[in-house]
Design a protein around this ligand. Structure first.
Ligand SMILES: *[C@@H]1O[C@H](CO)[C@@H](O)[C@H](O)[C@H]1NC(C)=O
Ligand SMILES: *[C@@H]1O[C@H](CO)[C@@H](O)[C@H](O)[C@H]1NC(C)=O
Ligand SMILES: *[C@@H]1O[C@H](CO)[C@@H](O)[C@H](O)[C@H]1NC(C)=O
Ligand SMILES: *[C@@H]1O[C@H](CO)[C@@H](O)[C@H](O)[C@H]1NC(C)=O
Ligand SMILES: *[C@@H]1O[C@H](CO)[C@@H](O)[C@H](O)[C@H]1NC(C)=O
Ligand SMILES: *[C@@H]1O[C@H](CO)[C@@H](O)[C@H](O)[C@H]1NC(C)=O
Ligand SMILES: *[C@@H]1O[C@H](CO)[C@@H](O)[C@H](O)[C@H]1NC(C)=O
Ligand SMILES: *[C@@H]1O[C@H](CO)[C@@H](O)[C@H](O)[C@H]1NC(C)=O
Ligand SMILES: *[C@@H]1O[C@H](CO)[C@@H](O)[C@H](O)[C@H]1NC(C)=O
Length: 481
């Protein structure tokens, strides 16, 4: 086994390419404190020259041969040497592509122009975006280049499949879109062309198949879950060179389950660079803004990719604020204590009275209250955006989805937990013109929260991939002797 170890030392160069920073600055800082992005990039860190020595512009044909993978796992010394050279070359090509993408994003920012604009295509515009030019160009570059290798190891039900419905549906939808359906244009044909590597296990399925039925308190012990994931990482790290060369920095998993963040906490050394795409983006639970990605929760019923659109025009929205849901967690308890079934304008229910329709009520409301429950995120945020209802975020330590691209304060409000008693006063004092702007922006931002299968540009799947792409743009991998 010794011979499979790479003789070259692979170095991870945290080259701060300023891409994220660029997304953050042009339209001023966000007022919502939890959206602040703690980047402290100094200009001395900028390095544009990483790939200037690379000659090859196009991947050689052999690059795409499905069989070339066999060469890399061979044990004899000669084959290993050859394969290392090959990996070096393909990594240079990958990095070259990223350098070109960074350059064209910078160019779009400098010119403030939509250079690759084509009629008929959607173009992000206005203050809804932190920098619409950067986002537009970055999305184009992503469509053109981004490749995700999906590890083939493992079997259903724990790997290569997940829940397609209910509150954790995004987990299964993402696996299905990227992996099982075999239709995604982002799916790499060979790991050597990949920018990132996906470990397509489902935490929801692991909990479902390995833990249930839960008979005693001991059954909540997370050891088994942590072992399953560590085993999976062990297998791919042993079999292929990719995990070790970056310490997992270009590897990711996605989960909507509450237990998912704990996986990497259990083995901080192994997972220190592993990118996590989480619904439970709780910054006080180890969610790292620079490494991890906040994804929206989504409640789906079988056969549908979202609720029906029952959003009314503003004039017909007769309810000031609406919430219906269980008393999960402290924030909701506070909300229900203060407002449950007490006010006609601020309609807060624990359970919806019989005969009343949740989606319809959201469509009749100006503001929809989205307090954290057992997790920081809530599918309500997406539901209210779908219903054209301005989301009111009530949470601690929640990093909102896509906030490196979107200006959340242009289409949502934040009310601190301590001000729950003042909800009515706060919302009543929002001027009509401010409300109409917020509402208009909710309608405009909706396309980014819609699930399409197969995915379409700028929809939720693409936004999730773009968050990942952005993080990959922010570091470089390099080989050295
Ligand atoms: C990666 O590192 C681990 C731990 O050091 C080792 O067991 C494994 O064999 C390495 N993988 C490869 C492909 O060399
Ligand atoms: C890039 O390389 C060129 C030529 O070697 C050099 O003149 C230039 O200063 C370098 N730029 C940066 C940002 O390092
Ligand atoms: C190695 O890969 C090349 C193509 O890249 C292929 O022609 C050759 O047969 C492979 N060798 C082995 C031993 O699999
Ligand atoms: C923006 O790009 C278009 C198309 O490439 C070009 O025709 C136009 O002159 C550019 N505008 C500016 C201000 O650079
Ligand atoms: C990997 O993690 C270490 C420790 O958290 C950090 O210093 C380093 O910058 C990370 N590398 C990348 C590429 O994220
Ligand atoms: C979490 O929120 C609380 C209350 O706002 C704050 O005091 C704390 O600093 C936050 N923690 C993190 C890691 O952001
Ligand atoms: C408001 O609702 C009424 C009754 O449902 C409908 O007839 C009317 O067209 C709606 N107004 C607007 C502006 O949508
Ligand atoms: C609400 O009404 C819509 C349209 O009539 C319907 O499609 C939907 O299933 C209803 N939702 C519930 C929870 O009853
Ligand atoms: C976020 O994490 C902190 C620290 O673990 C925890 O106290 C808090 O309850 C979490 N928030 C939610 C909504 O789960």
């Amino acid at each position: 086994m010794e011979a499979t170890r790479c003789p070259a030392v692979f170095l991870l160069l945290p080259l701060f390419f300023l891409i994220l920073l660029i997304f953050f600055t042009p339209f001023g800082r966000n007022n919502l404190s939890h959206l602040d992005f703690p980047l402290s990039l100094s200009s001395s860190n900028i390095n544009d020259n990483i790939t200037t020595q690379v000659q090859i512009q196009q991947p050689p044909d052999e690059f795409l041969l499905p069989n070339s993978e066999d060469n890399r796992t061979m044990i004899d010394h000669k084959a290993t040497t050859i394969s290392i050279k090959k990996i070096t070359t393909s990594l240079d090509i990958v990095e070259q592509g990223l350098a070109e993408a960074r350059a064209s994003i910078r160019e779009a920012i400098r010119l403030r122009n939509y250079t690759s604009w084509k009629t008929g295509n959607f173009v992000p515009k206005g203050s809804l975006y932190r920098n619409p030019y950067a986002f537009h160009q970055s999305h184009i570059e992503m469509m053109k280049r981004f490749k995700v290798w999906i590890y083939e190891e493992g079997e259903e039900p724990l790997v290569h499949g997940g829940p397609l419905n209910d509150i954790y549906s995004i987990e299964g939808q993402f696996i299905d879109e990227m992996d099982t359906s075999n239709k995604s244009p982002f799916k790499a044909r060979h790991p050597d062309e990949a920018h990132v590597f996906y470990l397509p296990f489902s935490v929801v399925r692991m909990v479902q198949y390995v833990y249930k039925p839960i008979m005693s308190k001991n059954d909540y012990n997370r050891d088994r879950l942590h072992r399953l994931v560590e085993d999976y990482v062990g297998v791919v790290a042993h079999k292929y060179p990719y995990w070790n060369r970056s310490n997992g920095a270009d590897h990711f998993f996605l989960s909507c389950h509450d237990w998912a963040p704990g996986i990497s906490v259990a083995n901080p050394q192994l997972f220190k660079n592993f990118t996590r795409l989480l619904c439970n983006a709780n910054t006080s639970e180890g969610f790292q803004l620079k490494r991890d990605v906040s994804i929206p929760g989504l409640y789906l019923i079988p056969g549908h990719l979202g609720p029906p659109n029952l959003g009314q025009s503003p004039i017909n929205r007769t309810i000031l604020a609406f919430f219906a849901g269980g008393a999960h967690g402290d924030i909701r308890k506070l909300l229900l204590d203060h407002w449950k079934d007490k006010d006609n304008e601020v309609q807060v229910h624990e359970y919806l009275p019989k005969g009343r329709n949740y989606t319809k009520l959201m469509g009749l409301s100006k503001f929809c209250l989205c307090p954290s429950g057992f997790e920081v995120g809530s599918p309500r945020i997406v539901e209210s955006i779908h219903a054209g209802c301005v989301p009111v975020i009530i949470s601690y330590n929640y990093s909102l989805p896509f906030n490196d691209v979107l200006n959340w304060n242009k289409f949502s409000l934040e009310i601190p937990v301590a001000k729950i008693p003042e909800i009515k006063i706060i919302l009543q004092s929002v001027s009509k013109s401010k409300y109409l702007k917020l509402h208009m922006n909710v309608l405009r931002v909706r396309r980014h929260f819609i699930v399409n299968r197969p995915a379409k540009p700028f929809d939720m799947m693409h936004m999730i991939l773009h968050s990942l792409w952005l993080r990959r743009l922010n570091f470089g991998l390099s080989t050295s002797e």
